[in-house]
Design a protein around this ligand. Structure first.
Ligand code: IPE
Length: 253
């Protein structure tokens, strides 16, 4: 149980963010191979949307919520990211990993943009059965705003706590968190004001690198450290080896 881990795959590593829902299949196959070689159980995979969901969420202004009669964006955005999820699951299964897609739209509820409930018992059971749940940033129903976007990073924070997971890794298209001096090897709430971290240049309704770090600092507050590294270092992270990226820790850790 304590050996379980979450691996988050950023939308920009599994899609081409400058095109319309262009899935990066070669990258997906390399990741699936690295996972299959390292371990095929005790893993929860969470992925972002990249160009399969962000443009749709933006087009329908899902960041400000949804009112009665203007719900088309919920369907369109969910369909885009579900298509990506299906591809991630199929690629993992093609390498012998018992992956199964889980959609937050069906199992989560948010309030004012923040997840307030995500059923974890079925995930526990899937893990017990040796399966690999593959969850994704999604549009979910929101008690205040009708609907909202819940990012993969928000899911990482919620599910790491809910599933009692101690190791969290985020594979990205950069070697780690970058400031003017290069890769920042460690981040805590104390060091964050001293860093100059840019925002993602692409269409991103969930806050780019800043949004990611905020979620990970909340996780660190709950006693769970996390690692951000380049996607080419997935195997190193899974092996518990040095990955050349950034570790986010609590102040007292
Ligand atoms: C966004 O998820 C989900 C939708 C827009 C439907 P993320 O915010 O985790 O996606 P990436 O990793 O930034 O692409």
């Amino acid at each position: 149980m304590s050996d379980r881990l979450i691996l988050k795959l950023g939308g920009s590593v599994i899609t081409d963010k400058s095109a319309d829902c262009a899935i990066n299949r070669d990258q997906l196959v390399s990741i699936a191979r690295a996972i299959a070689r390292a371990r095929t159980d005790g893993i929860v995979i969470i992925h972002g949307a990249g160009s399969c969901g962000h443009p749709e969420a933006k087009r329908y202004h899902l960041d400000v919520g949804v009112v009665t009669g203007q719900n088309e964006g919920i369907y369109v955005t969910h369909r885009a990211v579900s298509r990506l999820n299906e591809e991630v699951v199929a690629t993992l299964r093609g390498q012998g990993v018992a992956a199964i897609g889980v959609h937050p739209l069906h199992t989560a509820i948010a309030d004012n943009g923040r997840l307030v409930n995500f059923e974890c018992r079925h995930l526990e059971t899937m893990l017990d059965l040796g399966m690999v749940p593959v969850i994704h940033g999604d549009v979910v129903m929101d008690l205040s705003k009708g609907a909202c976007i819940v990012s993969g990073d928000q899911l990482v924070r919620y599910l790491a706590v809910g599933l009692g997971i101690r190791r969290v890794g985020l594979a990205t298209d950069v070697p780690g968190v970058l400031d003017e001096g290069g890769v920042v090897s460690e981040i805590t709430r104390d060091t964050i004001p001293t860093l100059r971290i840019g925002n993602s240049m692409h269409t991103d309704v969930t806050g780019g690198m800043r949004g990611k770090i905020n979620e990970l600092l909340e996780l660190a507050d709950a006693g769970i450290g996390s690692d951000i590294f380049h996607v080419s270092r997935v195997a190193d992270f899974l092996a518990g080896a040095a990955h050349g990226g950034t570790t986010v820790r609590g102040n007292t850790a």
